[in-house]
Design a protein around this ligand. Sequence first.
Ligand SMILES: [Zn+2]
Ligand SMILES: [Zn+2]
Length: 201
Amino acid sequence: MARAVNIRELATKREVATELAHHGSGYVLAAAMAGGLALRGRGPRPGRGDAAAVLAVVALQPVIEWGLHRFLLHMPARMVAGRRLDPAATHRGHHQVPDDVGGALLGTSFAASNGAVVAVAAAGIGAAVGGPVAVGSAVAAGEAGLLAYEWVHLLSHSGYRGRTAWFRQLRASHLRHHHRDAATNFGITSRLIDRLLGTAA
Ligand SMILES: [Zn+2]
Ligand SMILES: [Zn+2]
């Protein structure tokens, strides 16, 4: 059953984690990550190929995060061959009601489809960079990245202000994206690409 929860009333990491545990996305992504690790666990001891594959996936995450948020999630609705295409509808809803937990999370089925896309992409990157043996490591890294995205995004909207300058900056940056200028600060787990491409504010 859908529970309407105001994220800003969750003031500690524990409260935010408990709330996340009431939703499906975290479990789906953790299971996908475990799947990657299980796949890798059947091969030889992890080596340089795994390290290279994981590094490649981790390095690509901020780029993909920025690109999807900048171009797909803020894309206006359009007519294509007589049909209305609006891939940004859900994200627009999140911008309209940023304090709603359900709207801030990916949701179970969307987490599953995103997790599947990440698994395929990470497997491809892993195989290309580290060879077939590194596929499981790359998939686990990709799913861990998506889970980190889910967690950092929820935490950024909560009342938890953070103890580190790093998190405070991430949080302030995302809240600015919501409340002041949606054409800036597209990164969620990193501000690197916004800084490199001039969309940091
Ligand atoms: Zn948000
Ligand atoms: Zn946005």
